[in-house]
Design a protein around this ligand. Sequence first.
Ligand code: ADE
Length: 239
Amino acid sequence: MMNIYFITAFPEILRIILSESMFRKASENGLISYHVWDLRDFTKDKHRQIDDTPYGGGAGMVLKPEPFFRAYDKLKEIIGKDSFKVICPSPQGDVFNHQMTLELAKESDLIFFCGHYKGIDERVINNLVTDEISIGDYVLTGGELSSLVIADAVIRHVPGVLNTYESAETDSFADEMLEGPIYTHPREYRTLKVPDVLLSGNHAKIDEWRYEQRLKRTKERRKELLKSKTGNDFGGKDG
Ligand code: ADE
């Protein structure tokens, strides 16, 4: 069982998403347990203040260090270990990728410190956070959605979460190729047809066609993925 903790100023954002679809099934099946903690519960003042103005001036508010340090102390107590992954999603982090999902899926506990406003006091980042992760070169308002993006991509690799593990293994990026086209019923819709090969029943032929489609799409859209796999520009048979 993997435990995922989210420390956030906006717990409802997380609760809504975690109670649907794959997130929900993973917890119902006893594979993942979510713990959404409200950052304000770790304040000690009457106003439950979690942010303040930046030293040195400037626009925006900064999340204060104390609530994160207190939440961390509680995590240490509960987890019973001295070291665990504390992820802070932020545009300043390493850019998230497939390899990172596999590494994080091996952990028994994952902690997300969700930033908001201008960000989190650097003392939290330097002393408590183990991984700063960016989900792309753009800026979101807070770390809630990016935590969910990371958690979604990670738990797909926890055995049992997907119906068949095969569906994670054939994902785009699992072998550094994009996925090819897929079709379902009906066979023909408004004159639009499913490729004949998929209806042929010849599985060797179908596998070959699927591989070719993946290769073609990857070449057209993300050539650099093939480069990293094969050392040449194209990969595959016609290298
Ligand atoms: N929070 C704000 N922007 C972000 C980004 N690009 N990636 C991860 N977390 C973020």
